[in-house]
Design a protein around this ligand. Structure first.
Ligand code: CMP
Length: 147
């Protein structure tokens, strides 16, 4: 079973769409095993986006990510990395089709609403940046007892 990291960016709370965005991942069957609302500091955001340092959009990306609280979560499931990326849609909002989170909610690439890890290695790195091990809460499916 894979785990992936997802961050709902500050625009999600500003636009009051946190529930809608979270439900996209839940409806797919991905399991929330960690979730927190945090205002990340600059060091954390710089580490998270280290691979983009030097790109023309980097400073604005930092500004946006630091502009308000984010919702950080860990999702678990089969092919969780690929699955979360498919739900999220391509980074470039012009290419994000309707039905994806970015396709439905993002109007600019820089303000693209949600981040999802692009590989298992990135997921492990990003999970470790945002979460302490004791903040992760695994749980068992109960064969539909509550449905
Ligand atoms: P994210 O998936 O969080 O990872 C890196 C982020 O950089 C990306 O989403 C966008 O918010 C931003 N980004 C990537 N490419 C561009 C671009 N060409 N112009 C503006 N922002 C970008």
């Amino acid at each position: 079973m894979e785990r992936t990291f997802v961050m709902l960016k500050p625009g999600v709370l500003q636009r009051r769409i946190a529930g809608e965005v979270l439900s996209r991942f839940e409806r797919k069957g991905l399991k929330i095993v960690a979730l927190k609302l945090i205002r990340p500091d600059k060091a954390l955001v710089e580490s998270h986006y280290a691979e983009h340092r030097g790109r023309d959009f980097y400073e604005k990306l930092l500004d946006y990510t630091l502009s308000g609280p984010v919702i950080a979560l860990i999702l678990e499931g089969e092919e969780a990395v690929f699955s979360a990326r498919r739900l999220t849609g391509p980074t470039d909002f012009f290419e994000s089709p309707p039905g994806t989170i970015r396709g439905d909610f993002a109007a600019r690439t820089r303000l693209n609403i949600v981040h999802a890890s692009d590989s298992l290695a990135s997921a492990e790195r990003e999970i470790a940046l945002f979460f302490k091990p004791e903040e992760i809460c695994p749980w068992e499916d109960d064969n539909g007892r509550w449905y």
